[in-house]
Design a protein around this ligand. Structure first.
Ligand SMILES: [Fe+2]
Ligand SMILES: [Fe+2]
Length: 207
């Protein structure tokens, strides 16, 4: 079989659905490569800043790496704005949806709500924006983590002079994360908090 014969889902057979499932599993194996390509596509988006969205993404991930953060944090930092391509009004939720099955809950929550936290840095300059939008999340277990994420990695990463590590440096980490078993409880670890900064780990990293 190289194609199913049904034209309505309700008419499909067990064999056809087994065939399609095998195809889908094969397709999911290449998610990391598609995401890396999407990051390259981000290079063309959002002009006006001193660096492109790809530059911003790589710089955020580089800062996470140099802060000694773990792989969940680094990959989340790298992909936090991936939603800018198709979801300009909820880019944070879009990115979080991609990450959710594969990273710690702490990281996907921070990505999901980072747009509200980022408003602290520019909301007061623009009509109709609430600089304190993040306050709606006050009291959440990961509130402080998002403050650090935005302060150290997101809002800081628009510097054309900063020495970014290349996207290729992060590619194996993206592959490792998206090769994980989706929704693995040992990965999601609801409620677990890992530090964004670890001086000892940072000091041991070569670059
Ligand atoms: Fe963002
Ligand atoms: Fe960002």
């Amino acid at each position: 079989m190289d194609k199913v014969s049904f034209t309505q889902m309700k008419d499909g057979t067990k064999e056809e659905y087994e065939f399609l499932t095998a195809h889908e599993i094969d397709h999911t194996k290449h998610t990391a490569d598609r995401l890396l390509q999407a990051l390259v596509d981000l290079d063309e988006s959002l002009s006006g800043y001193q660096i492109t969205r790809l530059g911003h993404s790589v710089q955020s991930a580089t800062r996470a790496y140099r802060d000694g953060a773990d792989i969940d944090w680094i990959v989340s930092a790298l992909l936090h704005d991936i939603g800018d391509i198709y979801a300009p009004y909820n880019h944070d939720e879009y990115a979080a949806t991609i990450l959710k099955p594969f990273v710690r809950e702490q990281c996907s929550w921070v990505v999901q709500t980072h747009g509200d936290f980022q408003m602290l840095y520019y909301g007061h300059h623009l009509e109709g924006f609430d600089q304190n939008k993040r306050e709606r999340h006050r009291g959440h277990a990961y509130f402080e983590d998002n403050e650090v994420f935005c302060e150290r990695w997101d809002q800081a990463s628009f510097d054309p002079k900063y020495k970014d590590l290349p996207l290729e440096f992060f590619a194996p980490m993206v592959r490792e994360v998206f090769d994980r078993t989706p929704y693995d409880p040992d990965v999601i670890r609801p409620g677990a908090r890992e530090p964004l900064q670890n001086a000892e780990v940072a000091a041991a990293r070569p670059e």
